[in-house]
Write a protein that binds this ligand. Sequence first.
Ligand SMILES: [Zn+2]
Ligand SMILES: [Zn+2]
Length: 357
Amino acid sequence: MDSICPIGLQCATEISALLSPPSPLQVQKYYHDLLTARGCSGIKVKQDGNFGKGLYADMDFKEGELVLKDPMLVGAQHPLNKIDCLVCSFCFCFIGSIELQIGRRLYMQQLRANESHGCEVGSSSKHCHEMDSSDEEESTQQCTSGSSKTKVPLPEGIVESLMNGQLVLPFSEKFSLPPAVPCPGGCGEAYYCSMSCAEADWGSSHSLLCTGESSDSARREALLKFIKHANETNDIFLLAAKAISSTMLMYRKLKAVSLEEQMKHNTSCVSNHCNLSILLEAWKPISMGHKRRWWDCIALPDDVDSSDEASFRLQIKMLAFESLQLLKTAIFDKECEPLFSLEIYGNIIGMFELNNL
Ligand SMILES: [Zn+2]
Ligand SMILES: [Zn+2]
């Protein structure tokens, strides 16, 4: 385990239990239960020793037939895409109205054109290596094409009236969208298509990650630092934070159920120690994903010489450690301590990397 991360040493047993791949029987049962719960028939997940998992059909489907609708495990809208469209932070459908979408896009583009001459386009998806000259060229081009020089200016007030609903575009009623429901925590960052999506997101991860007034001020401040760091380095950390938060919240739910059971049978022994079997159960969806440490599996970028590979990988590892410390300050929970080890953080991000998310 890792010497820079004390949790790695303290929780070595728990971490190795979390990272040990599930047996073929466990995999089979997990996907069988999942497909049954979704009411799916005619498809199966099979695992192959060489190629990993695959989705197989065992009957013919009609064209256009819905085969499987499954909520994503964790998802996030890329920060750059947020400029282009307003979507539900849980199910990612378009929200608001056609006018709001167009008005908001024009407004954001204008805002970006005004402040863009430092041009940060694309920097959030870069890993921590320095940009080489070709990267810079590319960014400059993107910057130029996004500039307002060649565009015909819009009549004054048009963007505002699109955004506030005063201007209605022809036929837009034929493309009605669900109204944007703001996050109940008041962060002003997350919007939803419905109260049910707002509640589902709150229950699955956003209650730990919301930066609104309803979070305590120390957590809010720490979260803002974590988010800023992710936006400046790599937004994959935001997704990793969702994976950790959703596991923690699931752990709390399962533990509450188990305590209730114990009370019924009068065998209560309330403890604040990590209950490994409950943590493993909460972690189960993530345990199914193929994983390696991020810094071990990330492809070496073209602009990094192979002689610098070791230092590049170390740099990535240190970047992940930096991000993890910020996240830990914000949402650490002693009972879920193993989730805050660098080993787990690196494997969650590595899972995203390997699954091409
Ligand atoms: Zn939704
Ligand atoms: Zn919020």
